[in-house]
Design a protein around this ligand. Sequence first.
Ligand SMILES: [Zn+2]
Length: 102
Amino acid sequence: MPSGMDERRKGLEEEYFHRKNQEAIEKLREKMKVAEEAKAAGISSMRCPRCDGSLAESKFEEVLIDTCDNCGGVWLDSGELEQLTRKESGGGWFSRLLGSEK
Ligand SMILES: [Zn+2]
């Protein structure tokens, strides 16, 4: 027999998931808004993986690096290390740092 109860429960479940979805979308929107505002203010929205301080972008040797304002950690994006080492192929500070001095 066709169960009205099942239909009703299905409807409630759908409503529940619909609401959950809405909540997730709202949260995502909120996050994006925060990131956008931070970007507009010139602040990096990145968090330090080590201490959760905020990372500030700074230029070093023409390469953008992220520096943590809390622990002083320096974070490089993919390719940035390469950029730095390539710049220093003549044997600059970075090569010395890596101990590859002539
Ligand atoms: Zn940090």
